[in-house]
Design a protein around this ligand. Structure first.
Ligand code: GTP
Ligand code: MG
Ligand code: ZN
Length: 339
């Protein structure tokens, strides 16, 4: 059988451009579903979820409206504040149209090979970085998210979920890595969505704030949201043997209001959380435990590897800086060079 040729990058790009053209065309048709003077006055709301050219908008009374997004409104994402107008009647399942998006106070982003920099969630105050023993614990991934949080200026909180599954062989390693984060001043929570360990403490930490849960697929983000919000019902999947991913893997970020103010945003797991939208100097700065030593290296362009007079290497040798953090830093810098 003939082998099917793989698409080149150029071809993929063209496919994407054509898809966008088609989407834009369809959007023009849908934009005119209602005449302008049939639409209500501008109302404010917040994006619960966004699906292509539609978004669910929530008002202060927690009513949800499915809206079209005007072509002129770009890059809408969960957590955005929007101005929208109500349709005279619900038509084709749509309640109105989003006219504009407000400037964001903060945004968590990741780079995407085809779409460029993709926002994940906007206007969040806290980012809960969720880890678990299954899929395997990785401080490398935690460090990547910590850089993204520091870059976005959003407070990170680390959650070790599935404590019920931590094996005796890995308990010491995990505890050691978590203690490094605690020593740096990052809050660390231990939780289990299965036994309910730590759920009350998490609920307190969520209260009154807008938080997003991030982390690899299958670590239990949706399960933790479900445990914290028993009144709502989320799709949660068992880990499939083949992919190691949840069968009900979350595909779009979604906003869940909390009873007494604030909200939780459940986000889809990301296989490779790239940081190549952040330049190397910025990554260095985003390792906040490095800051006391930066500027102390003998050479201004020190790569903090084998360079003589490196202040970071000296700090590691003196036990003032964690060696694992410096290792992960170098792995991240290498991955920036590869892109
Ligand atoms: N034993 C145990 N299993 C858990 C725990 N939390 C979640 N799980 C299970 O882990 C699997 C994945 O959970 P999800 O909540 O879907 O994971 P997720 O992080 O939302 O995954 P994505 O949506 O794919 O990003 C499910 O089978 C859950 O039942 C826990 O604390 N202990
Ligand atoms: Mg999920
Ligand atoms: Zn150095």
């Amino acid at each position: 059988m003939a082998k099917r040729a793989k698409l080149t990058k150029g071809q993929l790009r063209r496919v994407k451009v054509n898809q966008e053209k088609r989407l834009a065309k369809r959007q023009i048709q849908q934009d005119t579903e209602w005449l302008d003077d049939q639409l209500g006055n501008l109302e404010t709301g917040r994006v619960v979820s966004r699906f292509g050219q539609h978004a669910d908008i929530i008002d202060t009374e927690e009513n949800i409206f499915r809206c079209n997004i005007r072509r002129t409104v770009a890059g809408l994402v969960t957590g955005d504040f929007v101005a929208w107008r109500r349709a005279p009647v619900n038509e084709k399942g749509l309640d109105g149209i989003v006219e504009a998006v407000e400037d964001r106070a903060s945004v968590l982003c990741r780079p995407d090979q085809y779409d460029g920099i993709k926002p994940i969630a906007a206007n969040v105050e806290q980012i809960f970085i969720v880890s678990s023993p299954q899929p395997a614990f990785s401080d490398q991934i935690i460090d990547r998210y910590l850089v993204a949080c520091e870059d976005a200026g959003i407070e990170p909180i680390i959650v070790m979920n599935k404590t019920d599954l931590i094996g005796a062989d890995e308990a010491e390693f995990i505890a050691q890595r978590l203690s490094v984060y605690e020593a740096m001043g990052y809050p660390v929570f231990h939780a289990s969505a299965t036994t309910n360990e730590g759920i009350e403490a998490l609920r307190n930490a969520f209260q009154g704030k807008v938080s997003v849960l991030v982390g690899q697929s299958g670590v239990g983000k949706s399960s933790l949201v479900q445990a914290a919000l028993p009144e709502v019902s989320l799709a949660i999947g068992a880990l499939s043997n083949n992919s190691g991913l949840g069968q009900h893997t979350t595909t779009v970020a979604r906003w869940y209001p909390l009873l007494n103010g604030g909200a939780l945003i459940d986000s889809p797991g990301i296989r490779e959380f790239g940081l190549w939208h952040i330049d190397a100097d910025r990554v260095t700065y985003c390792f906040k435990d490095f800051r006391p030593f930066l500027g102390g290296c003998k050479f201004r362009d020190c790569k903090h590897l084998t360079d003589p007079g490196c202040a970071l290497q000296a700090a590691v040798a003196e036990g003032k800086l964690d060696a694992g953090r410096l290792d992960n830093y170098h792995r991240i810098i290498q991955s920036l060079d590869q892109n």
